[in-house]
Write a protein that binds this ligand. Structure first.
Ligand SMILES: C[S@@+](CC[C@H](N)C(=O)[O-])C[C@H]1O[C@@H](n2cnc3c(N)ncnc32)[C@H](O)[C@@H]1O
Length: 367
């Protein structure tokens, strides 16, 4: 049993959850102090998974089975159980003894009937059981969980995956990126989009090995992590069509404003977002009690806008610096592009970034 004096309660969404008090030493993996991990800055990440889970349950036939596979305190799974409405079951798993005890304490606190805890190596669990939704939220890179997650997902199920090894994916450590993700990154203005596409690319390639295709539904970058929600479809033809979007970018090609000096990728060059799902989630934001609703709204607004845009983006800052001109007002510049019949989309990657179907020469001319 976990002694109450080691615990404190945090409230996220509309759910109270026990976590360990930081100052108390507890053994087992976790943060520096060796306690089960709880990162308050991941609240938006978890809030979005609540909205997404609601969409999934609303749009599934029969009972949806959700796995919080690397659960730590279990906060995400506990919140699923408390904040999602409908017919579903949650399995909350962590291989660490202290986490497992805490997860059970949290289940007990709420007296949930549709939640089960599990103390397994997620890779072993996913070799035995299948789920409609698998959440992989590790410390650092998710690479060691992707293969089992692809095998453990039901047809048309969702893999939700976080990567916090942002420096590696953004090209600060290209050798590490090549080893982990099998791709050459590109440390540049567009590195965050390349990073997301490397992550999705790995999922596409792994799914392909099992004759499964992918459909990314929501993908985004934040300060300290990348996150993607991907539908996994068991079908050879889907696997083949997905693999057609898994490509290299040859050296000498332009990515945004930059000419590449070496090959980049292979990366996912298909869509990263699904506009319909994103607009549904926006309608749900104000139906749930979420502290991050304003930030979530802004994020979803931007990824909905960029959903239809081409891959890669420009920033007005980099254009101004190349062209040695002052920064124009974004909306004035966008109006000029639109007036000439071009599409222009803001993106969530940076406040000055935009995607457009205009050629680089045209962009420079109008800038
Ligand atoms: C970053 S924490 C998870 C945070 C949690 N999802 C949240 O929202 O607070 C990662 C957790 O994964 C667990 N873990 C690492 N490798 C595992 C494995 N192979 N099987 C099961 N759990 C594992 C660790 O014990 C740790 O608690």
């Amino acid at each position: 049993m976990v002694k109450k004096k080691f615990l404190k309660i945090v409230c996220e969404g509309s759910t109270e959850v026990f976590i360990y008090k930081n100052k108390e030493k507890q053994k087992g993996p976790g943060n520096e102090e060796g306690i089960p991990f709880f990162n308050p800055s991941m609240e938006l990440n978890r809030d979005l998974s609540i909205l997404f889970g609601q969409w999934l349950v609303d749009n599934s036939k029969g009972k949806t089975i959700l796995l919080d596979g690397l659960a730590a305190s279990g906060i995400r799974g506990i919140r699923f159980a408390n904040e999602i409405e409908g017919d579903f079951k949650v399995v909350i798993n962590d291989w660490d003894e202290d986490c497992y005890k805490l997860i059970n304490k949290n289940i007990e606190k709420h007296n949930f009937k549709n939640v089960r805890s599990c103390k397994r190596n997620i890779n072993a669990l996913l070799s035995e059981k299948k789920f409609d939704y698998i959440d992989v939220d590790p410390f650092g890179s998710p690479v060691s969980f992707i293969d089992s997650a692809i095998r453990g997902i039901k047809n048309n199920g969702i893999l939700a995956c976080t990567a916090t090894d942002t420096a590696t994916l953004c090209g600060v450590y290209p050798k590490v990126c090549l080893r982990r993700y099998g791709a050459f990154p590109f440390h540049s203005i567009v590195m965050k989009e390349i990073a997301l596409r490397i992550l999705v690319g790995l999922i596409c390639r792994t799914a392909g090995a099992y004759d499964k295709g992918i459909q990314p539904l929501i993908s985004y970058s934040s300060d300290h992590y990348f996150r993607t929600y991907i539908r996994i479809i068991s079908s050879v033809s889907n696997a083949n069509s997905s693999m057609r979007n898994f490509k290299m970018i040859n050296s000498g090609e332009y990515i945004g404003l930059e000419k590449t000096k070496q090959d980049i990728g292979p990366i996912w060059l298909g869509k990263l977002q699904n506009k319909n799902i994103i607009s549904f989630l926006r309608t749900k934001i104000f139906e749930k009690k979420l502290k991050t609703k304003n930030s979530l709204w802004k994020l979803l607004d931007l990824i909905e806008e960029e959903a239809e845009g081409p891959y890669f983006f420009y920033t007005t800052e980099s254009l101004a610096s190349i062209l040695k001109t002052p920064l124009p007002k974004l909306d004035v510049f966008f109006k000029k592009l639109k007036k000439q019949g071009y599409m222009v989309y803001r993106t969530h990657f940076s406040p000055t970034s935009f995607k457009t179907d205009a050629s680089l020469n045209k962009i420079k001319e109008l800038f």
